[in-house]
Ligand binder design. Structure first.
Ligand SMILES: NC(=O)c1ccc[n+]([C@@H]2O[C@H](COP(=O)([O-])OP(=O)(O)OC[C@H]3O[C@@H](n4cnc5c(N)ncnc54)[C@H](OP(=O)(O)O)[C@@H]3O)[C@@H](O)[C@H]2O)c1
Length: 273
């Protein structure tokens, strides 16, 4: 499969989050590309189809001209965006979808607080929550207007304000920051609410003390969710945000930028045409 990939951070079995505990490895587990060949017995997708997906973290990634992967993790690429933009979706958009839909069971009219709304995952959490009819508050620093434009009614500048002074009785907190931000978030939930975090397992005693649920999520490949995400994109309700697109030869600098540079959105590796 010829592809474009995103070197987004990922959870994984290794401490540095770069992949399986062996070397060499091929990094980058989300991608968009064209099926070069289908294995025996695979009815769908067929050769030539444009697909996108998240590769299981136990396998090599997609920063290469071709990648072999199970058909069951693939879905048709959103038709209205190019491969560079589609490659920016799978890991972060699946994380957001699984947080809001699978774990929080978000309902229209509920109030969601997104901790880290301007980040790679937060961009999608804000858009999905707004698209699903929720009232969205988010924390961010330099990107307040940008997060507002994604659908957040209220954007709290975490560098200058305490979110506790601005939100309360929240149904769902999605925590993309962890640490003190996570532990301070219990107090803004209403009884029966839920904190879903992608960063570190939450303190279950604190959850019980506040009468709420605390859930730690590790994103998983999911074909049906990818189909829903593609629909959101094609209906104009979800847009991937690209910070920059780099050629495969600059993959290393893409990963370095994840650690060092101020970014807005995803860094995508354009592997081949
Ligand atoms: N468990 C999983 O399956 C899974 C999947 C994906 C990601 N993750 C994890 O989820 C986290 C978020 O990922 P990401 O890709 O969205 O990271 P990211 O792009 O670095 O975004 C993090 C965002 O949080 C903001 N932030 C930093 N401190 C904050 C604070 N005190 N209050 C509010 N916002 C704050 C940052 O803003 P500034 O730029 O202003 O610092 C940035 O916009 C990471 O820890 C990542 O490893 C886990």
């Amino acid at each position: 499969m010829a592809n474009r990939v995103s070197p987004g951070r990922k959870p994984g079995p290794t401490a540095d989050g770069t992949g399986p505990e062996r070397t060499p490895i091929i990094p980058s587990h989300e991608f968009s590309g064209v099926v070069a060949a289908a294995g025996a017995g695979v009815k769908s997708p067929a050769e030539g189809e444009a697909v996108y997906g998240l590769i299981p973290f136990t396998r090599d990634g997609a920063a290469a001209e071709y990648v072999a992967l199970p058909a069951a993790v693939l879905a048709a690429k959103p038709a209205t965006v190019d491969h560079d933009h589609a490659a920016a979706l799978p890991l972060a958009a699946l994380s957001a979808w699984q947080a809001l839909v699978d774990h929080a069971d978000l309902q229209a009219g509920q109030h969601v607080l997104v901790q880290g709304g301007a980040g790679g995952v937060g961009i999608f959490v804000v858009q999905f929550a707004a698209g699903l009819g929720a009232r969205v508050s988010a924390t961010a620093a330099a990107d307040l207007e940008f997060v507002n434009g994604l659908g957040a009614e209220q954007v709290i500048d975490y560098a200058h304000d305490r979110f506790e002074d601005h939100v309360r009785d929240v149904d769902v907190v999605v925590d993309l920051v962890g640490g003190a931000t996570q532990s301070r978030s219990w107090s803004v939930l209403k009884p029966g609410g839920v904190l879903v975090t992608l960063v570190t397992p939450p303190d279950q005693q604190e959850a019980a003390r506040h009468g709420v649920r605390g859930v730690y999520l590790i994103v998983e490949p999911n074909q049906n969710a990818l189909r829903s995400i593609a629909e959101f994109v094609d209906n104009g309700r979800l847009r991937p945000v690209l910070d920059r697109v780099l050629p495969l030869t600059e993959t290393r600098s893409g990963y370095e930028a994840l650690e060092t540079a101020k970014r807005r959105g995803k860094i995508v590796i354009h592997v081949a045409d």
